[in-house]
Ligand binder design. Structure first.
Ligand SMILES: Nc1nc2c([nH]c(=O)n2[C@@H]2O[C@H](COP(=O)(O)OP(=O)(O)OP(=O)(O)O)[C@@H](O)[C@H]2O)c(=O)[nH]1
Ligand SMILES: [Mg+2]
Length: 322
């Protein structure tokens, strides 16, 4: 009989100084994951609320008086021999943080967080702080100008990560649309990826979003190495733990997992639901967008279950019509 390991609830604080830099602490020698940087915090004790646990830990470890604010993300993560729930909260504080356990401290500008080696569970936490919480997937273009106007509208409403996707659009027309969509997105600093076509993505100077079947196609390895060497992002669509592990091994910077709910575009395909989503996400440390019948109102739920946010066609396309 397989007995599920008990999940250890750990609360950690996202602590900022007046300049917006974030406090990291270095795990001391002799503990697990020694030498790695972490968000200060620790385990919730029996009978303790997560808020009280975080206040206690930050007082013990840093000597500060904390006020616990909003939740950032809750990341379920498996380590060898242990299951963790890393529950990251925004924190305000009084006092001057000091490394009372002898741990080194660093105030890190948000954009430099990726330079600090951290435990696997922290990768989604850093992504939640620094990367978009929504990922627009474009619907197939009917009228080209209307499609571009809707894209511009979505960008004006704050979309900053876009996957250009169209099936059955003639190659020359699609090339033209991609070029114009890239120009619109660049103007506002949004990141663009192209669905499926590695060569075309390379040519357009953008990232590629792999279909799940492509994850398992060894013949693509060389062209993906080339994408990575050129500094272009690789993302992927995943349906199960096997896909996620493959995407992580390929060096994907983020993925989409679903369908979360049954959708009109995939009738008869049941959604996996949030609990199964959390269960699958434990096995990798990639940022994962949930997809399938979701909209911006679902982002808080997504974060509670360890997702980076939501990916959507209808839910993020102006007017909601594909
Ligand atoms: N505080 C904290 N712990 C983290 C982070 N990421 C991460 O994987 N962990 C893991 O969460 C677990 C609990 O952390 P901890 O060692 O700080 O627990 P604690 O303060 O209660 O102290 P303890 O060592 O006396 O039990 C450890 O296995 C640690 O490796 C993080 O960002 N912050
Ligand atoms: Mg601790």
């Amino acid at each position: 009989m397989v007995v599920a390991m008990k999940q250890i609830h750990v609360v950690a604080g996202v602590i900022r100084d007046a300049r917006g830099r974030i406090l990291l602490a270095r795990r001391t020698e002799g503990r697990d994951l020694a030498g790695l940087w972490e968000f200060p915090g620790g385990k919730v004790e029996a009978g303790e609320s997560p808020e009280d646990a975080l206040i206690r830990e930050l007082h013990e470890e840093l000597g500060i008086q904390a006020t616990v604010g909003a939740s950032l993300i809750r990341v379920p993560q498996q380590y060898p021999g242990k299951r963790l729930l890393l529950d990251a909260r925004h924190v305000e504080f009084d006092g001057v943080p000091e490394g009372l356990d002898g741990q080194a401290l660093a105030w890190v500008p948000q954009g430099d967080l990726a330079d600090y080696p951290m435990p696997p569970a922290d990768v989604p936490v850093v992504a939640a702080l620094t990367q978009p919480d929504r990922y627009l997937v474009t619907p197939a273009p009917g009228d080209d100008e209307a499609w571009l106007t809707s894209l511009a509208d979505a960008l004006a409403h704050g979309v900053r990560r876009v996957q250009l996707r169209a099936r059955d659009v003639e190659a020359r027309r699609w090339r033209g649309l991609v070029a114009r969509a890239v120009a619109l997105s660049r103007r506002v600093g949004a990141e663009v990826l192209l669905n499926g076509d590695i060569a075309q993505a390379r040519e357009a100077g953008i990232g590629v979003h792999l279909r799940s079947a492509q994850l398992h196609d060894a013949a693509l390895q060389a062209s993906l190495d080339d994408m990575r060497a050129a500094g272009h992002a690789i993302a992927a669509s995943c349906h199960d733990a096997g896909d996620l592990q493959r995407a992580e091994a390929l060096g994907c910077s983020f993925v989409v997992l679903g369908p979360l709910q049954a959708t009109a575009s995939h009738p008869g395909q049941p959604g996996i639901g949030w609990d199964a989503f959390s269960g699958v996400r434990e096995h990798v440390s990639l940022p994962i967008y949930a997809i399938g019948g979701l909209a911006p109102v679902d982002i808080a739920d997504a974060r509670t279950h360890g997702a980076q946010g939501i990916a959507a066609i209808r839910g993020l396309w102006p007017g909601g019509n594909a």
